[in-house]
Design a binder for this molecule. Structure first.
Ligand SMILES: C[S@@+](CC[C@H](N)C(=O)[O-])C[C@H]1O[C@@H](n2cnc3c(N)ncnc32)[C@H](O)[C@@H]1O
Length: 505
């Protein structure tokens, strides 16, 4: 049996890409298993050849055909590489098709394989893993499959619901899932008849929160209000939560908005393609969920996953067992607008009843977007002593700022991360490993090297830097190249300097 991998190269002559197909024999399957998940670009970078012409010349010099030549280069490159993390593992790309992970598409997430590779490479002992910025819960699910209990924090009620619903289902024996599947199916005729009166409270809160903004067609809006009325009547909490998750993941796709990075209105051209019918999107989402419930094989979650506190900034207040490892991807500075992007779902869930409620969430969340910033907020700590790079960066931001909120956002972000690192310290076991997936950003030509600043802050507080690994390159909004890195820190009791008091005097 043979397997194949297609790789595209740029052809200088035709200026088009040329695809080379590589064949792997049965003996070469281990190589194929690694290469299979890499993109063409990742493979070209790995073998150090970008153009088709260069590839042909070098293969010719080596007296091998293209397929053989690429495999030789790949074997050499992989023998030298410490570890290969495919780009699809550090983004949500992979998760879109993974059962259970696909219930709510969350582009801000990373994939379970990425987390599993961190655990298998670095964590050779049993301990509790803490995920302070849990999102859709990727870390929890990956850790469970390798036998680890977790603690987590997540501030957004939408994501909390998603995590608890998935845990509730995944802990069920397979036979019970089948029963739940039948139960969900039995509610569908009533749900899809839309023969109830739309939920009045939800309608009122829309007007209070969103004022005159129109996010849905009249037809879809009416069905959404009716779906809420129906959900209020469902008694079984497992069925209700599953239907709720399906409704929540149908809101944006059937709205006049689109999530592309952040949430924005669809352009006229996008609207002209037609706004999907809410009922059709909902049915598709319910079918996905039902297919996953019905799957005859699957893992039953064995471990415990506990939300120790919703807000990771308040980790100091928690009384819990010692944590041996942290694996997380905190919000990036000027990254996604976490609350604004989920405003439709938060509204449907009843968390937004007036515009003050949005402010409440923006205050709770780690300050990372310009909309989270309130100039009257005083950052918790002045952390200039903790990081020289922070001080230089902040000066540059202040000198360049066209909007005062930008330097203030950076001040709050790093001060809150400081507070998180500080609160975390006495929850950790001696020798704990901390893995942080983080990206840098550029504002008005000032490069904010978030990874290095966080590393300096952590080192100031007594954490030790084990290594920093580059995961991939990204592009900032102005097209400059920035990156995504994995910082590995360790916390040893013995090496902790007493700088906390110094900073607070
Ligand atoms: C980059 S996402 C994490 C995605 C996650 N790794 C996944 O695969 O789904 C960051 C998450 O941090 C959450 N968050 C922001 N501020 C928080 C806070 N103060 N406490 C807890 N969670 C917070 C956001 O709601 C968001 O879900």
């Amino acid at each position: 049996m043979q397997t194949f991998k297609a790789i595209s190269f740029n052809d200088r002559n035709t200026k088009r890409s040329k695809v080379v197909s590589i064949a792997f024999t049965l003996k070469e399957q281990p190589l194929y298993n690694i290469v299979e998940r890499l993109t063409s670009q990742e493979i070209r970078t790995l073998i150090g050849i970008d153009s088709y012409n260069q590839l042909c010349n070098k293969a010719h010099e080596d007296r091998r055909n293209l397929s053989q030549f690429i495999k030789v280069l790949l074997e050499k490159a992989l023998a030298n590489a410490e570890s290969i993390i495919p780009m699809s593992d550090v983004t949500f790309k992979n998760s879109k098709s993974i059962p259970f992970q696909r219930w709510y598409p969350y582009i801000e997430g990373y994939s379970p394989d990425f987390v599993k590779s961190i655990i298998t490479q670095h964590l050779h002992r049993n301990c509790i893993i803490y995920e302070p910025f849990a999102g859709t819960g990727t870390t929890l699910f990956a850790a469970d499959s390798l036998g680890y209990n977790t603690y987590y924090s997540e501030i957004n009620p939408l994501l909390q619901l998603l995590i608890t619903t998935k845990i509730q289902v995944l802990k069920m024996p397979i036979a019970d899932r089948q029963e739940l599947h039948d139960h969900v199916q039995s509610t569908l005729p009533k749900l899809f008849s839309f023969d109830v009166i739309g939920d009045k409270e939800l309608d009122d809160s829309y007007k209070k929160v969103f004022k005159n903004s129109v996010y849905f067609t009249d037809a879809n809006y009416s069905k959404i209000l009716k779906a809420k009325t129906f959900l209020n009547t469902v008694k079984d909490s497992s069925v209700k939560n599953l239907l709720l998750v399906a409704v929540l993941s149908s809101l944006i796709p059937s709205s006049l908005l689109k999530k592309q990075g952040d949430l924005r209105f669809k352009t006229k051209a996008e609207q002209a393609k037609g706004i999907p019918d809410f009922a059709e999107v909902l049915l598709r989402n319910i079918n996905n969920i039902c297919d996953d419930l019905k799957a005859p094989i699957g893992e039953v979650m064995q471990q415990d996953h506990i939300c120790i506190i919703e807000n990771a900034k308040k980790i100091k207040e928690v009384n819990c067992n010692k944590i041996g490892c942290v694996i997380t991807s905190p919000p990036y500075l000027n990254g996604t607008n976490y609350i604004r992007n989920t405003k439709l779902e938060l509204w449907f869930l009843g968390y937004l009843k007036s515009d003050k409620d949005l402010r409440h969430f923006r205050d709770e969340i780690l300050t990372s977007g310009i909309n989270d910033v309130k100039l009257s907020t005083v950052p918790n700590f002045d952390i200039k002593q903790a990081s020289a790079l922070y001080t230089v960066t902040l000066d540059a931001l202040q000198a360049n700022a066209y909007d005062l909120r930008i330097p203030h956002m950076a001040k709050c972000y790093f001060s809150e991360m400081y507070m998180f690192f500080e609160g975390l310290k006495d929850k950790l076991e001696d020798g704990s490993d901390i893995f942080i997936d983080i990206g840098d950003s550029i504002f008005n030509n000032v490069h904010i090297k978030t990874d290095i600043i966080l590393q300096e802050i952590a080192e100031f507080m007594g954490y030790e830097l084990v290594e920093t690994k580059k995961l991939r390159e990204r592009r900032s909004r102005n097209g400059q190249i920035i990156s995504q890195k994995l910082i590995h820190l360790r916390y040893n009791y013995i090496s902790v300097p007493l700088k906390w008091d110094e900073l607070n005097n």
